[in-house]
Design a protein around this ligand. Structure first.
Ligand SMILES: [Mn+2]
Length: 250
């Protein structure tokens, strides 16, 4: 078997990314195991849309909140447009959340959280999550951002940014705004994770694609340039390489 020494040396202390989990708790846990996730060395960033549509939103929220509280230096969680809809629902009972998968999440909250206090703690945590996270190599957002506006002065509209709008900007313009760092994001389901030199969309449509067999969740190793895919319908896992020269090893 062909073992790449560079890959072997980077299996610890990787940067991992997962997004648009949408209540797929089993998939989340299976993928972390598949990739040998080590919370004491790996950095995990979650790209928002933890909740809605899928069966176990409360378990996803509780797990990630606990993980972050245990490893605050190495676990970061972004908000997405589904957390935004939940926040509106909690403020003024806006029905928009319930019709976009919130009904499933509400049932999961009722079934899973012990009492009102636990529910409030977890949902307040969701409300506190940031829209932009960055490190020395990458910028992370849920859907994209507007390069004309400073990274940390973005409007909350960016949580809803269609891929067509984000990808209408030339890659150079995005990299100029981030100081040369690629943007890792989700929000718009795609079939394969493809790096265009400036952007990496990691949403494979968990509980979102109309065709059940197409719904997948990915855990991406940004350091090693590969990812694991979990099929929401059958629970099968596959490994793939990132395309577009990502990770420095082809
Ligand atoms: Mn989503």
């Amino acid at each position: 078997m062909d073992v790449n020494p560079i890959m072997t040396s980077t299996t610890k202390g990787r940067k991992l990314f997962i997004t648009d989990i949408h209540g797929e708790y089993r998939g989340l846990i299976a993928l972390l195991a598949e990739m040998d996730y080590d919370p004491f060395t790996d950095r995990l960033t979650v790209g928002g849309d933890l909740i809605d549509r899928g069966p176990d939103s409360a378990l996803v929220v509780r797990y990630l909140r606990t993980l972050q509280s245990m490893h605050p230096e190495r676990v970061s969680v972004l908000t997405g447009n589904h957390e935004e809809m939940l926040s509106w629902y909690r403020s003024d009972r806006s029905k928009m959340w319930l019709i976009h998968g919130g009904e499933e999440a509400r049932r999961s909250f009722e079934r899973t959280f012990e009492d009102e206090a636990e529910s409030r703690e977890n949902l307040d945590w969701l409300r506190s999550l940031p829209m932009v996270i960055e490190d020395d190599e990458f910028v992370y957002t849920h859907a994209g951002f507007v390069p004309d506006t400073p990274l940390h002065a973005q409007s909350r509209d960016i949580l809803w940014m269609p891929e067509s709008e984000f990808y209408a900007y030339p890659g150079e313009r995005i990299l100029e705004a981030t100081g040369g760092r690629p943007v890792v994001h989700g929000h718009t389901p795609c079939e394969f994770i493809c790096f265009d030199g400036a952007r990496l969309n990691c949403d494979l449509g968990s509980h979102t694609y109309a065709i059940e067999e197409s719904r997948c969740l990915a855990l991406v190793d940004l350091t090693g340039g590969e990812y694991a895919v979990y099929g929401c319908a059958g629970g099968q896992i596959a490994r793939r390489r990132l395309s577009g020269g990502f990770g420095g090893v082809e």
